[in-house]
Design a protein around this ligand. Structure first.
Ligand SMILES: Nc1ncnc2c1ncn2[C@@H]1O[C@H](COP(=O)(O)OP(=O)(O)OP(=O)(O)O)[C@@H](O)[C@H]1O
Length: 346
C-alpha cells in the first residue's frame, strides 16, 4: 500500500506501533483476569476466617480487680485438637506464686510451650482447671485476661511498619501511646542505641520489605513491646539460638528490667535463667515431675531434673568438641550462659 501510495510511510509506522501496543495490552488483560481470580479466591478464604466465630468467647466473662495472685493448674489433661490421641498433659499440677519466677524445663516436646498456650487460653484443657486466685480462667473475659499477660516469644514477629509502630503495638491501646512512651520502653529494653544508629531512627521501616534486624535486636524490640504493655504476668520463651556475647548480655539485661515485680513463667533454655529462677518445674511424662530450687533438685540423686542436666552437659561437651575453634577460648561464665544443645530445649 505504501508502494502504491495509498498510505504514507508515517501511517505504516504508526500502524505497526499501535499493533504492538494493542497486542501487548490484550495479552496483559488475560494475565490481569487470572490475577483477579486468584485474588478473589484468596480473599474469600480470608473472609471465611474473619467471619468464623471464635470457639472461645472473647468479650463476655468476669473482669477481676487485678491479675495478681496464685496461678494454679489443677489436674490438667490436654491433647491438641488435631492430635486428640497424643496426650501432652495427664493430671498435670503446677503452682505459680505471685511475683515469682518459675522456670519450666523438660526435654524437647515435653510441653513447655504448651503450658504457655494454655495460660493464654489459645486452648482449653480437656479436663481439670487453670485458676488465678481460685477463679477459673475460663470464667474470665478473654480480652481482659490477655491484656494482663505479656509474651516474649522465641522468634518475635515484626510487622511491616516503623520501629515505633512495632513497639507501640504492644500497648493495650496503641492510640494512646506517645512517642515518648515508645522511647522510654526502647531505652529500658536496650534498643535505643541501635535504633538511633539508623538514619530514620524510630521511623525506620522494618518487617516485610523493611530492613532486617538481627535476632538479638528483634528480641529487644519484643521486650520493649512487653514493657509498654506493663503486664502483671509475663511468659518468656527463651531463644534457643545463640546470640553473640554482647547482644546476649544486652538481651539478658533488658529481660531483667522487664521481669522486675512481675509473675514470670519462663521456658528456660539457659543455665543462668534456670539457676536464678525462684522455682524450677521439671516436666516429664505429661506432668510436673519435680518442683524446687536448682540446689534442691540437684540434690535428688535419681531425680529427673538432675538426669536432664547431666544429659545436657554431655551433649554440650560433645558440641564443644565439634566446634573446636571459637568457643574454646571463652570464659567459663559465657559458656555457661550459652543455650544448651537445641534439641533438648533446656
Ligand atoms: N499446634 C499443635 N498441634 C498439634 N501438636 C502440637 C502443636 N503444638 C505442639 N504440638 C506437639 O505437642 C508436643 C509438645 O510441644 P511443645 O511445643 O509444648 O514442647 P516444648 O517442650 O516446648 O518443646 P521445645 O523445647 O522443642 O520447644 C510436641 O510433641 C509437639 O509436636
Amino acid at each position: 500500500m505504501v508502494m502504491s501510495q495509498s498510505i504514507s510511510v508515517g501511517d505504516l509506522a504508526s500502524f505497526l506501533l499501535y499493533t504492538a501496543y494493542v497486542g501487548g495490552s490484550l495479552g496483559g488483560l488475560t494475565s490481569f483476569y487470572s490475577e483477579v481470580m486468584k485474588g478473589i479466591g484468596a480473599g474469600s478464604r480470608l473472609f471465611e476466617l474473619l467471619d468464623r466465630p471464635s470457639a472461645i468467647p472473647l468479650d463476655s466473662g468476669e473482669i477481676l480487680k487485678d491479675a495478681r495472685g496464685r496461678i494454679q493448674f489443677h489436674n490438667v489433661d490436654f491433647a491438641y485438637p488435631t492430635r486428640p490421641k497424643t496426650a501432652i498433659f495427664k493430671d498435670m499440677n503446677l503452682i505459680i506464686d505471685p511475683g515469682t519466677v518459675v522456670a519450666v524445663v523438660g526435654q524437647s516436646g515435653s510441653g513447655k510451650s504448651t503450658v504457655g498456650s494454655l495460660l493464654l487460653r489459645f486452648y482449653d484443657p480437656i479436663r481439670g482447671t487453670i485458676t488465678i486466685n481460685d477463679t477459673d480462667i475460663k470464667k474470665l473475659n478473654l480480652h481482659w485476661w490477655r491484656r494482663q499477660i505479656g509474651l516474649v516469644s522465641q522468634e518475635p514477629v515484626l510487622f511491616a511498619g516503623t520501629i515505633a509502630e512495632n513497639i507501640a503495638y504492644g500497648a493495650n491501646d496503641d492510640t494512646e501511646v506517645s512517642l515518648e512512651d515508645v522511647q522510654n520502653a526502647a531505652r529500658k529494653a536496650n534498643c535505643e542505641n541501635f535504633i538511633l544508629s539508623f538514619p530514620d531512627g524510630y521511623d525506620t521501616f522494618v518487617g516485610e520489605r523493611g530492613i532486617s534486624l538481627s535476632g538479638g535486636q528483634k528480641q529487644r524490640i519484643a521486650i520493649a513491646r512487653a514493657l509498654l504493655k506493663d503486664p502483671t504476668i509475663l511468659i518468656l520463651d527463651e531463644a534457643t539460638s545463640a546470640l553473640d556475647a554482647e547482644s546476649e548480655a544486652l538481651v539478658q539485661d533488658a529481660l531483667e528490667t522487664l521481669m522486675r515485680g512481675r509473675t514470670v513463667f519462663t521456658i528456660a533454655h539457659r543455665m543462668s535463667t534456670i539457676r536464678s529462677a525462684d522455682v524450677i518445674a521439671c516436666l516429664d511424662q505429661g506432668r510436673v515431675a519435680e518442683m524446687g530450687t536448682y540446689e534442691e533438685l540437684m540434690k535428688k540423686e535419681e531425680g529427673v531434673f538432675k538426669k536432664l542436666m547431666e544429659h545436657q552437659r554431655v551433649e554440650a561437651e560433645w558440641m564443644e568438641d565439634e566446634e573446636l575453634t571459637e568457643h574454646r577460648d571463652r570464659e567459663p561464665q559465657e559458656q555457661e550462659d550459652r543455650p544448651f544443645f537445641k534439641g533438648y530445649g533446656i
